[in-house]
Design a protein around this ligand. Structure first.
Ligand code: SF4
Length: 308
């Protein structure tokens, strides 16, 4: 039986912001499934099951929405941190990440948090991230960094992610400069517009099986298991965790076993979503560079990660 090393737990599919590239809440969003918060009986049974595995697992408590929209988030993180084999963190738009939240995530020993911030100027940021406010997000981030320093805490590791949309492409260097000495990692991601484009630049021609099929489990807010992080609409679900079977049982069931087998046989075109997807290349195409200012840069087809 395969056991995933990474879980995407969509604790909420609701959001307080509408970003240009968002498949769920953006102006060009195409996802048709309903949106809501994950119910207690789902997240509790999933986390307890993961906690029973004899393997280190990274739980990303985010999905298509903003995790802080779920009023249970403190309980979710507290339960996850109570299991020694679980590493947990989440991606946030930062709008609700106030001082009480900063205090909480440091005290609960959250492993990592990633803020999505697109660029350095409010004029472009607040247009790309509609209903967001760059000044407020930066203030919330600075509050977290100050508190973390004051408490001399090494966690959470703080990461930032900027999507390099055409309109802010020229802000990439300024973004890295603005934050590289304050946070642990600065990521600059390529923009693409699924479902028409699941393509990344610099993908090798020699296609390999997608490692995500053996490493990643995605659970939507309503408990349905998705094929992978590219299954935005949860179109390829074998069923619901808890309702139909346990997480491992569903993830090792006949539907996903068949997709794994197609990949092992090189029959990528046989699956409607894998056929047009480049995300498999993330695991096989990675280059390390050093910026002229000495930063380490790890480049994959989808993004560049800068660290000191
Ligand atoms: S190739 Fe793409 S669609 Fe297929 S499993 Fe990998 S990430 Fe998902």
């Amino acid at each position: 039986m395969h056991i995933p090393s990474s879980i995407i737990l969509e604790v909420s599919a609701l959001c307080n912001v509408s970003c240009l590239g968002c498949a769920l809440h953006g102006p060009y969003g195409f996802v048709e499934r309903s949106f809501g918060n994950m119910k207690r009986e789902i997240w509790e049974s999933v986390i307890r099951e993961i906690g029973s595995w004899d393997k280190k697992v990274c739980v990303s408590a985010h999905g298509g929405g903003e995790p802080l929209m779920n009023p249970d988030l403190r309980d979710i993180l507290t339960l996850a941190r109570s299991f020694p084999n679980i590493e947990v963190g989440f991606l946030t738009n930062g709008m609700l990440m106030d001082e009480s939240w900063a205090e909480f995530i440091i005290n609960v020993n959250l492993d990592w948090i990633a803020f999505s911030i697109d660029g350095v100027t409010p004029e472009t940021h607040d247009k790309i991230r509609w209903k967001s406010d760059l000044a407020k997000v930066e203030k919330n981030l600075e509050t977290l960094l100050t508190l973390k320093k004051k408490k001399q805490s090494v966690v959470p590791r703080v990461k930032l992610n900027m999507v390099a949309y055409d309109a802010i492409m020229d802000q990439k260097e300024a973004f890295v400069e603005r934050w590289i000495n304050k946070v642990d990692e600065v990521m600059v991601s390529h923009y693409r517009n699924p479902p028409e484009s699941k393509r990344w630049p610099n993908v090798p021609e020699d296609r390999k099986p997608c490692s995500l099929l053996w490493s990643q489990a995605v659970i939507a807010w309503d408990g349905r298991l998705g094929l992978c992080c590219e299954d935005f609409n949860i179109d390829h679900s074998p069923g619901s965790v808890g309702e139909d079977a346990g997480l491992l049982e569903l993830w090792n069931g006949p539907e996903f076993t068949k997709v794994r087998s197609l990949h092992q046989q090189g029959q990528f075109a046989e699956h409607s979503m894998c056929r047009v997807c480049d995300t498999w290349a993330e695991a096989v195409e990675s280059k390390i560079f050093f910026h002229e200012k000495g930063y380490r840069m790890v480049q994959t087809p989808s993004q560049t990660v800068y660290s000191r």
